[in-house]
Write a protein that binds this ligand. Structure first.
Ligand SMILES: Nc1ncnc2c1ncn2[C@@H]1O[C@H](COP(=O)(O)OP(=O)(O)O)[C@@H](O)[C@H]1O
Ligand SMILES: [Mg+2]
Length: 360
C-alpha cells in the first residue's frame, strides 16, 4: 500500500527560511528535429544555509535547470514556471536586475574553472574585481580581502599567489580561486555545477573541503550538482535525484541513501564504490542509457532500464509522491516494492547488499 498524496508544496512559500523556491520549472529547446524537453516540471525549495545535492546522469537536465535559475539560458530556450529568490520572481527579470544578483547574492561555480577566470589578469586582480563589483572599497582593501579569501580556501602563500595568472596554478587551485571569488560578496546561495568533475580524486576532496569552508564563512546555502552520488555524501543535507528532466526522488541524504524508493536511485547507489568492501568487489551498474529528451514517449522514462517495470509504467509517468514508511518522495508506481529489493537483486550482480558506508 502506498499513499497517493502529491508531495505538498503549498506550504513552501510560508516557510520563513525559504530562500530559493523553484516551482514547476520547465525548459525546452526548439530544434530542427523537434522540441528538446530538457527540464520537465522541477520544484524544490532551498532554505537559508542548507546544502542540497542534485544528482543524475549526464543529460538529465541538471545544468539547464540551474542555468534557468541564474538567468543564463540561451535566447532560444522556452521557460515556464517560477523561480523566486527571497520572494522575488526571477523568471523574466531583465538582465540589469539579474546582473545585480549574480555573483553578489547568487554565486555560481562551474566544472571548468578556466571558463570563470580571465587568462590575462592575475588571480588577485580577479578576486579584487569581484569584491569591487558590488562594494565600494579601496583597491588596497580589495586586494587584502583577496589574500584573506585565498587563505580561507586553503591556498598556501596567498600574498605571493595573488600575483599568479590562472595558467600558473593547478586545476584544483584554480577551482579554489573560483570558490574564493564566489565567496567574495558573502552570497546567500552558491550553485556549484560539477565543481570537482574535472579533477582527480585526491584534489576533489580538497575542493569539496574549500566549498564547505565557503559555506561556513558566508552562511550561504549550497546547491551541489553532480553526476556522482559519492560527492554528495557528507556535503549535502538533502538530495534531489534527477532523471530525464524531472526530479524522481527527493529527501534527506540519509533517507535517500538508506531507504531509496526509486529503482534509478537504487541503481546509482549500487554503482558507487564501497569504502567498506574490498576493491575487487563488483559494482552494480545500471545498464542502458538515459532516453533522448527529444520527443520523449509517454510513461516513465526509466522503464526501458527498469527491471521491475510493468505495463502501467509504459503508459503513465509516475508523479513524485510520498513513499510510505519513509520521510521522502519518489516517482515510481512501485515505490513501496523497492523497499524489499537491494541493488544487486534489482540490477543483477552480487554487489551492494545494503547502502554504502559513505555517509560518515
Ligand atoms: N541549447 C540547447 N539546445 C538544445 N538542447 C539543449 C541545449 N542545452 C542543453 N540541451 C539538452 O538538454 C538536456 C539536458 O542538458 P543538461 O542540463 O546540460 O544535462 P546535465 O547537466 O544533467 O548533464 C540534454 O539533452 C541536452 O542535450
Ligand atoms: Mg551539466
Amino acid at each position: 500500500m502506498t499513499i497517493d498524496l502529491e508531495v505538498d508544496d503549498t506550504q513552501r512559500e510560508a516557510d520563513p527560511d525559504a530562500l530559493l523556491v523553484v516551482d514547476n520549472l520547465t525548459v525546452s529547446f526548439p530544434t530542427d528535429d523537434g522540441v528538446v524537453q530538457a527540464v520537465r516540471g522541477v520544484s524544490y525549495t532551498v532554505r537559508s544555509g542548507e546544502a542540497m545535492g542534485i544528482v543524475g546522469e549526464s543529460g538529465s537536465g541538471k545544468s539547464v535547470s540551474s542555468m534557468a535559475v541564474m538567468g543564463l539560458l540561451p535566447r532560444n530556450a522556452r521557460i515556464s514556471g517560477s523561480v523566486r529568490f527571497r520572494g522575488q520572481e526571477l523568471i523574466g527579470l531583465d538582465e540589469d536586475e539579474y546582473a545585480k544578483l549574480r555573483g553578489n547574492r547568487i554565486a555560481m561555480i562551474f566544472q571548468d574553472p578556466l571558463t570563470s577566470l580571465n587568462p590575462v589578469y592575475t588571480i588577485g586582480f580577479q578576486i579584487a574585481e569581484a569584491v569591487h563589483a558590488h562594494h565600494e572599497v579601496s583597491k588596497q582593501a580589495a586586494l587584502e580581502r583577496a589574500v584573506e579569501l585565498l587563505d580561507i580556501v586553503g591556498i598556501p602563500y596567498p600574498e605571493q599567489r595573488i600575483n599568479n595568472y590562472p595558467h600558473e596554478l593547478s586545476g584544483g587551485m584554480r577551482q579554489r580561486v573560483v570558490i574564493a571569488i564566489a565567496m567574495a560578496n558573502n552570497p546567500d546561495v552558491i550553485i556549484a555545477d560539477e565543481p570537482t568533475t574535472a579533477l582527480d580524486v585526491t584534489v576533489q576532496a580538497q575542493v569539496l573541503e574549500a566549498l564547505e569552508t565557503a559555506r561556513e564563512e558566508t552562511g550561504a546555502a549550497l546547491i551541489l550538482i553532480t553526476h556522482d552520488l559519492g560527492v554528495i555524501a557528507g556535503h549535502a543535507e538533502r538530495i534531489a535525484v534527477m532523471y530525464a528532466g524531472k526530479l524522481v526522488e527527493t529527501g534527506t541524504t540519509e533517507e535517500v541513501f538508506y531507504r531509496p524508493r526509486m529503482p534509478y536511485t537504487l541503481g546509482l547507489l549500487g554503482s558507487l564504490p564501497r569504502l567498506d568492501k574490498q576493491e575487487h568487489e563488483r559494482l552494480t551498474p545500471i545498464k542502458g542509457a538515459p532516453p533522448s529528451l527529444l520527443n520523449l514517449p509517454p510513461g516513465c522514462p526509466f522503464t526501458p532500464r527498469c527491471p521491475i517495470a510493468e505495463d502501467i509504467c509504459d503508459r503513465d509517468e509516475p508523479a513524485l509522491l510520498a513513499a510510505e514508511g519513509t520521510g521522502h518522495a519518489a516517482a515510481c508506481h512501485f515505490r513501496s516494492r523497492v523497499a524489499d529489493i537491494d541493488a544487486a537483486e534489482m540490477f543483477g550482480t552480487d554487489a551492494a547488499d545494503d547502502a554504502p558506508e559513505v555517509l560518515a
